[in-house]
Design a binder for this molecule. Structure first.
Ligand SMILES: Cc1cc2nc3c(=O)[nH]c(=O)nc-3n(C[C@H](O)[C@H](O)[C@H](O)COP(=O)(O)O)c2cc1C
Length: 331
C-alpha cells in the first residue's frame, strides 16, 4: 500500500496516543520495527501553538522514521491552517483525528463527535487535503454509537475527498474502551473503498494481529495500548506475519537497556523534573506483565520508584530491579 510516496507492505503502525506517543517513544518504536508512528494530536487552535505542551509535541528532533502528525479540531479552515503549520514544522503526513472519545474533545464537537456530521466531515477533509502537498490520512471509530454506525459512509467520503489511508478503531464513541473491538465493520469498510484501510483496536499479540489481518483483509494494522511498555511488539508482529513463528521475548538486559534509553530521552525532552514524572507511567507499563511470579515485589517496587524525583536515582533503581528479576512473561 502507498501513502503518497511512502510505500508499505502490511505496515504495523503505532497509534496516536496523547501523553504516550511523544518523540522519545516514537524513536524507540521506529527502532523496534514500527513502519509508521503517529504523533500525539496537535490542536487546530492557533492560540495554543505557542504553549509548552504544543511546542514539545512539535518536536521531531532526531526522529528517523516518517513524521506523521495528527491534528484535531472542528473548523475546516483552522484545520487546514494547522495542517500547513505542521508541514512547515516537518510533518510528512497529516493525520486527522475523528476517533478520540475524550469529553474535552467531543464537547467541542471534535474527535469522534465529528462522525455525527457527515457534511462537516467532507468539508474538513477537502479543506485539509487542498491545503497541503503531503498526504492526508484519517482516523475514525466505527460511528458515534451502535444506532449510528456510519464508518462506511465516512470511508466513502474520505475516499472522495482524497484521503490516502483510513484507520478504523473497531468501537463506537459510545463504547469508549469497553467491551471488545469488533472487526466486521472494518472488513466491510475495506471491501467498500479502494484506499488503504488500517485495522485498529485490541490487537495485543502477534497471533491476534494475524487473525485480524486475515479477517478484515485490511492493508495494515495499528497498535495502541499493547505497545505501552512493549515497543518490541512491532518486530514481534512483523516476524510472526512473515514466518508464522513467535520471537522469543526480550531478555531482562534488553528490557533494561531500552527502558533506560527511553528514560534518558524523556529527561532530555521534558527536563529532569517533568521527565522523571512522565517516566513513571512508562516504567509501570514496562514492568507490568513481565514479572508475574513476583507480582508483589513488582508492585512494591513500582510504589517505591514513584516517590523518586531524581533522574540518577530513577535509573539506578531500574537497573537494580532488572538485575534481580527473573522474567516470567504473561501469556
Ligand atoms: C492514552 C491514550 C491516548 C490516546 N490518544 C489518541 C489521540 O490523541 N488521537 C487518536 O486518534 N486516538 C487516540 N487514542 C486512541 C488510540 O489511537 C487507539 O485508537 C485506541 O487505543 C485503540 O487501539 P488499541 O486497542 O490498540 O489501544 C488514545 C488512546 C489512549 C489509550
Amino acid at each position: 500500500m502507498n501513502i503518497g510516496k511512502h510505500t508499505f507492505n502490511s505496515p504495523v503502525i503505532l497509534a496516536p496516543m496523547a501523553g504516550v506517543t511523544d518523540s522519545p517513544f516514537r524513536k524507540l518504536c521506529y527502532q523496534l520495527g514500527a513502519d509508521l508512528c503517529v504523533s500525539e494530536m496537535i490542536t487546530s487552535e492557533k492560540r495554543l501553538w505557542k504553549t509548552r505542551k504544543t511546542q514539545l509535541r512539535l518536536n521531531h528532533e532526531g526522529e528517523q522514521g516518517i513524521r506523521s502528525v495528527q491534528i484535531a479540531g472542528t473548523d475546516p479552515l483552522k484545520l487546514a491552517e494547522a495542517a500547513r503549520f505542521n508541514v512547515k514544522h516537518g510533518a510528512q503526513i497529516i493525520d486527522i483525528n475523528m476517533g478520540c472519545p475524550a469529553k474535552k474533545i467531543c464537547n467541542v464537537q471534535a474527535g469522534s463527535a465529528l462522525l455525527k456530521n457527515e457534511p462537516l466531515v467532507a468539508d474538513i477533509l477537502s479543506s485539509v487535503v487542498a491545503a497541503v502537498e503531503v498526504p492526508v490520512t484519517l482516523k475514525i471509530r466505527t460511528g458515534w454509537d451502535a444506532q449510528s454506525k456510519n464508518a462506511l459512509n465516512i470511508a466513502k467520503i474520505a475516499e472522495d475527498c482524497g484521503i490516502q489511508s483510513l484507520s478504523v478503531h473497531g468501537r463506537t464513541r459510545a463504547d469508549a474502551y469497553r467491551g471488545e473491538a469488533e472487526y466486521e465493520t472494518i472488513a466491510a469498510v475495506k471491501s467498500a473503498v479502494s484506499i488503504p484501510v488500517i485495522a485498529n483496536g485490541d490487537i495485543t499479540s502477534p497471533e491476534k494481529a494475524k487473525a485480524v489481518l486475515e479477517y478484515t483483509a485490511a492493508d495494515g494494522l495499528m497498535i495502541g495500548r499493547a505497545a505501552q511498555g512493549n515497543p518490541w511488539i512491532f518486530k514481534q508482529i512483523k516476524h510472526y506475519l512473515a514466518t508464522n513463528r513467535l520471537l522469543t521475548p526480550p531478555e531482562n538486559e534488553e528490557v533494561c537497556l531500552v527502558l533506560t534509553e527511553h528514560l534518558h530521552n524523556l529527561y532530555q525532552l521534558y527536563g529532569e523534573l517533568s521527565g522523571v514524572r512522565i517516566a513513571r507511567k512508562h516504567i509501570g507499563w514496562y514492568i507490568k506483565d513481565r514479572y508475574i511470579k513476583d507480582r508483589q515485589v513488582t508492585e512494591s517496587f513500582r510504589k517505591h520508584i514513584n516517590q523518586v524525583d531524581g533522574a540518577n536515582t530513577q535509573i539506578k533503581l531500574i537497573t537494580e530491579f532488572f538485575n534481580l528479576q527473573q522474567p516470567t512473561l504473561a501469556a
